[in-house]
Design a protein around this ligand. Structure first.
Ligand code: ING
Length: 314
């Protein structure tokens, strides 16, 4: 019996800094209703799906953006989404800014099953951008000022009939993200992202933003025999153009469904989790073909002048 599940990528357009949580939650619920009509069992929302991407603005006090953070999940503004989803029998993943009781700030995603049960909480591992105001930039990317990196790393969880993993935005650019979950048997990786198209440190990459987005998620899917769902908050948000192109990607690396616009848009597909085995039991049979004893023997040589030969530890 094949394990099929219908997944919805719930792409968001811009969220303005004035938009209230309840106004945003109404947008999330509208996408949930569309997903219900499409027969989805799971809806994937973007990174930081409840607010504008506030790390684009510098505040002297790190707590200056705390009004964009959630101190509980669900909370007073989000319980309507949780209740609506549970009533419809639809699970979801939701990215948001988490402020813990002991004062830690994380870029967090929760995974909720169809019955409303909180299955997992994932905190972003790879925190991009910079820590202090850099006035030379047309806009800031201060995630490293406002978020701590995850202390937990990558996990996978039994859910929706398969093995589900979570990652967030910049995580998707690092091959280790997918392999850490691939080694744990992941079959479906859910990734929300907020990706400015302009990359100030090297503007030559701007034109490649869509290509790099597809490249890393397709590679990660194929090289680990897993489905990948990447979901954007896209469009022009507070003057910054962000990449959309939310996609559902098969273990073959093929994009099976993609958003056409850069606003609120549901993209759905019925995926077969058993397709993972066509890759994990053949070309990427880790037990048979992978050579872990040959990896990680050389530290990070980047930036070190090459020598005639790199002594390998015997
Ligand atoms: N955003 C971007 C991302 O990794 C970025 C940051 C953009 C890094 C382009 C490098 C190049 O998609 C987040 N939120 O991680």
């Amino acid at each position: 019996m094949t394990r099929v599940v219908t997944v919805g990528a719930a792409q968001l357009g811009p969220i303005s800094r004035e938009e209230t949580r309840s106004e945003v939650v109404e947008r999330l619920r509208a996408l949930l209703a569309e997903a219900d009509t499409a027969g989805c069992a799971l809806v994937v929302y973007p990174e930081l799906a409840l607010t504008t991407f506030f790390p684009r603005w510098y505040t002297e006090d790190v707590g200056g953006h705390d009004h964009y953070f959630e101190t509980s999940m669900p909370g007073p503004d989000t319980s309507a989404l949780f209740d609506d989803a549970a009533q419809r029998g639809i699970g979801f993943s939701l990215g948001y800014a988490e402020l813990t009781a002991d004062g830690h700030r994380y870029n967090t995603t929760v995974l909720v099953e169809r019955d409303g049960r909180l299955v997992a909480k994932y905190r972003k591992v790879h925190i991009p951008g910079h820590e202090n105001d850099e006035p030379w930039r047309p806009f800031q990317h201060l995630e490293r000022r406002y978020f701590e990196p995850s202390p937990d790393g990558f996990g996978v969880w039994p859910a929706f009939g398969g093995i589900v993993g979570l990652a967030t935005c910049n995580d998707r650019r690092w091959p280790e993200t997918y392999r850490e979950m691939g080694l744990q048997g992941v079959e479906l990786i859910l990734i929300g992202y907020n990706t400015p198209i302009h990359y100030a440190p090297d503007p030559s990459q701007d034109a490649l933003a869509g290509f790099h987005n597809r490249l890393v998620m397709s590679a990660g899917a194929y090289q680990n025999g897993t489905w990948v769902v990447g979901v954007a908050k896209g469009g022009n948000e507070e003057g910054v153009d962000a990449l959309a192109e939310s996609s559902i990607i098969a273990p073959s690396g093929e994009v099976v469904a993609c958003a056409l616009g850069n606003g609120d848009e549901l993209v759905s597909a019925t995926i077969d989790l058993d397709m993972c085995r066509q890759y994990t039991e053949t070309v990427f049979d880790f037990g048979r073909y992978r050579r872990p004893e040959m990896y990680q023997r050389i530290g990070n040589q980047r930036g070190v002048a090459p020598t005639a030969s790199v002594e390998r530890e015997r």
